[in-house]
Design a binder for this molecule. Structure first.
Ligand code: ADP
Length: 218
């Protein structure tokens, strides 16, 4: 059976989550208080309804507890976001992801039992800043305060070398998880695999180790 998702709040973030889920073939219920937004998503989502999710009866009548995953993407109205999340938790929704506006909002959401809190603007800001500082860093995913996954573009210094030549694990304490060559992706690179200029290396490690490696090899 297809997984069922509900997206509450159809602003820029919620709207794009909804569209992407629908494109991936998922069943999506799109919810917003704004009629115009709901009608915009009528042809994109499986169902689209005008509803105020701070109302407990409304949530119950939508059968929200039966959804596999609910995404709360209510933007500026932090009070509505918190209240909605609280009721989703109380109704026993299995998986709840909420967009936070700021650190205080995030703290409250974690306290009341949101399963995942996302900060799209902050996270995108961090990723873009890493890409601006070093043009070899194509993407950046923060795993924790200390650890990250980065995508690095192989330049002249590493081109023509094998993983054993570079010995990245011993020299820098990082691991190359995968190598992308054009459309192909090698998810279990061997020690004798060669790197070509323009390949994209997906590296996991501590931020300090990744930076050390980036400075000397990229
Ligand atoms: P973004 O920053 O992602 O664009 P917005 O603040 O523009 O976010 O959008 C949030 C959406 O959430 C708006 O379309 C708004 O109508 C909707 N919304 C706000 N409160 C509620 C609520 N209680 N129930 C359902 N939808 C809501």
């Amino acid at each position: 059976m297809k997984k069922q998702f509900a997206v509450i709040g159809l602003g820029r973030f919620g709207g794009s989550v909804c569209e992407s889920l629908a494109k991936q073939g998922m069943e999506v219920l799109a919810i917003d208080t704004d009629e115009d937004k709901v009608s915009k998503f009528a042809n994109i989502a499986t169902h689209a309804v005008v509803a105020n999710t701070t109302d407990e009866n409304t949530l119950q009548s939508l059968g929200i507890r039966n959804f596999d995953h609910v995404i709360v993407a209510i933007g500026d109205n932090i009070q509505s976001s918190i209240l909605t999340t609280l009721m989703l938790v109380e109704q026993g929704v299995k998986s709840i992801t909420v967009k936070a506006q700021n650190d205080y909002h995030e703290k409250v959401l974690n306290k009341i039992g949101a399963h995942r809190v996302v900060h799209p603007e902050r996270d995108m800001g961090i990723r873009i800043a890493h890409n601006i500082v070093s043009k070899n860093v194509l993407d950046y995913l923060e795993l924790s305060d200390e650890y990250s996954i980065v995508e690095l573009m192989a330049g002249k210094k590493v081109a023509g070398k094998s993983l054993v030549d570079l010995n990245i694990r011993a020299n820098y304490g990082c691991n190359i998880m995968a190598i992308k060559q054009g459309e192909e992706i090698n998810v279990s690179p061997n020690a004798d695999d060669f790197i070509q200029q323009g390949d994209i290396l997906i590296v996991i490690g501590a931020d300090t180790d990744i930076q050390r490696m980036e400075r000397s090899l990229f």
